[in-house]
Write a protein of this length. Structure first.
Length: 202
């Protein structure tokens, strides 16, 4: 008698609308969890990939902070995103099991895309007849290379490249500024002497 009641209650729960809705929600949640879990490696490998992405963000921030402090258009966030995006592209391709030819094609497309991004940072001043933003574009391109190195697991190479980039942007930039200021002063002095000679001749 008790078994018959239990069977009847189970059948009622099975065909009840609340039970069907619960099973539908449960199946939907399990499907979402399965989709989110696709491609997630083992905990150790997942930690390694997370460290690479964080490393790419930090190296991009190191160079981006210098550009932001110098008042350039492409600053902290731009360099962080470029480095992180390049690393993510490489990690996704490598972890998916593609061969070297496929990785090479992805890198070619990445370099081309970064070229368009760097081209947007270059401005041609028509009045001064000068081109500005070349250093910013080169910095964006180089941060993409740093991100690629991080994505391939070459953290030491990426660190050395970022240090060299920071030194070139900061210290070599100051030396270049002094050289340009010196040349500008000489050109101004030459123009002044030429104008004085013209006045004397008149």
């Amino acid at each position: 008698m008790l078994r018959a009641k239990q069977c009847a209650s189970d059948e009622i729960k099975q065909f009840s609308p609340t039970g069907s809705k619960f099973r539908l929600i449960e199946s939907g949640m399990s499907f979402i969890v399965e989709e989110l879990a696709v491609g997630i490696p083992e905990p150790r490998a997942f930690a390694s990939l997370t460290i690479r992405l964080l490393f790419a963000v930090v190296l991009g921030a190191v160079v981006g902070f210098q550009r932001e402090y110098s008042g350039k258009t492409a600053g902290l966030r731009t360099h962080m995103l470029v480095s992180l995006g390049a690393a993510l592209f490489v990690i996704a391709v490598v972890e998916s099991g593609m061969d070297n030819d496929a990785v090479s094609r992805v890198l070619q497309g990445l370099v081309t895309g970064i070229g368009f991004l760097g081209g947007g940072a270059i401005l041609k001043m028509q009045q001064q007849r000068e081109v500005e933003g070349l250093t910013t574009a080169a910095g964006i391109w180089l941060m993409a290379a740093v991100g690629v190195a991080v994505g391939l697991g070459r953290l030491g190479l990426a660190t050395v490249g970022s240090i060299f980039t920071w030194v070139i942007m900061s210290w070599i930039g100051r030396i270049e500024y002094r050289i340009n200021a010196k040349h500008a002063g000489q050109n101004g002095a030459d123009r002044l002497t030429q104008s004085q000679r013209r006045r004397k001749s008149e």
